[in-house]
Design a protein around this ligand. Structure first.
Ligand SMILES: O=P(O)(O)OC[C@H]1O[C@H](OP(=O)(O)OP(=O)(O)O)[C@H](O)[C@@H]1O
Ligand SMILES: O=C(O)c1cc(=O)[nH]c(=O)[nH]1
Length: 248
């Protein structure tokens, strides 16, 4: 039989399209000059805090829940998580609302899973300590966060979970900015040396053996923005991406 000459089309899952639409309606992407956690100056910023109404919170947690379910089913070696952990601050509401959505979709699997998050400042009265929700001791922890850029936050979280006696078994973000890891010069002086480097997400996989997934990447966001956003904003975004785009 002759090979088909039809171009192959990839099917985008409905939850991903719905999530991208809700990113547009929530104006989750803003343009300007933003100093990131890594110190990079970015012309765009993904603000997960924009998902602050019930329909938007439901849209983002539905997208996380479907991503997590397909992530776990495509990585059968990942042990069943005991905890969904959301790093402060933005991870907090995301972990809580996503756990509810996972329970709604599959109560049998998710009813025994707890949420947990850290305090940025430890509390020295009442229950005290730096963790709110379930204890991490001896637990398999699935981390969910809003965005990954240079990977500083997930490294801090892996260290924190280990200090609390748990083990990070997976990491899921809404947006992978697909940016390269900072080199030594960037870490010391904040200056990019122009060398190609692996993405923060790829490096986390390689260094810690932690499997990762994202709902969308910056490519997906740019694709939906094209033709809708301001030309100058998109041009600056693309210039920035050319500079920091990861090699993997
Ligand atoms: O991959 P990275 O370079 O670490 O950047 C991404 C991290 O930066 C932000 O955290 P931040 O602590 O700034 O924000 P928040 O308190 O608003 O959650 C964001 O929520 C990610 O956790
Ligand atoms: O790298 C960051 O700090 C960062 C980037 C981004 O797009 N959104 C965000 O909340 N933080």
């Amino acid at each position: 039989m002759a090979a088909s000459t039809q171009p192959t089309t990839s099917i985008i899952p409905a939850y991903k399209t719905a999530f991208l639409q809700s990113c547009l309606s929530a104006n989750v992407l803003t343009f300007g000059t933003f100093t990131l956690k890594s110190g990079r100056q970015s012309p765009y910023f993904f603000n997960a805090g924009s998902f602050h109404t019930s329909p938007l919170l439901s849209a983002i947690s539905t997208a996380y829940a479907h991503t997590i379910i397909s992530f776990l089913s495509s990585h059968p070696s990942i042990p069943k998580p005991d905890i969904l952990f959301g790093p402060a601050y933005k991870g907090i509401s995301l972990a809580c609302s996503t756990l509810l959505e996972l329970y709604r979709l599959d109560p049998q699997t998710w009813s025994s899973v707890s949420y947990s998050f850290n305090r940025k400042e430890a509390k020295d009265h009442g229950e005290g300590g730096g963790i709110v929700g379930a204890s991490l001791k001896g637990k398999n922890v699935l981390v969910i966060d809003d965005v990954i850029t240079a990977g500083t936050a997930i490294r801090e979280t892996i260290r924190l979970v280990a200090k609390e006696g748990g083990k990070v078994v997976g990491f899921v973000v809404a947006l992978d900015r697909v940016e390269k890891m900072p080199g030594p010069r960037e870490e010391e002086e904040g200056v990019d040396d122009g060398e190609p480097r692996m993405s923060a997400l790829g490096q986390i996989k390689r260094e810690f053996g932690v499997q990762t997934a994202s709902i969308v990447t910056s490519d997906d966001l740019i694709a939906v923005l094209r033709g809708k956003g301001d030309e100058g904003d998109i041009k600056r975004l693309e210039e920035y991406r050319r500079r920091y785009l990861a090699s993997d």
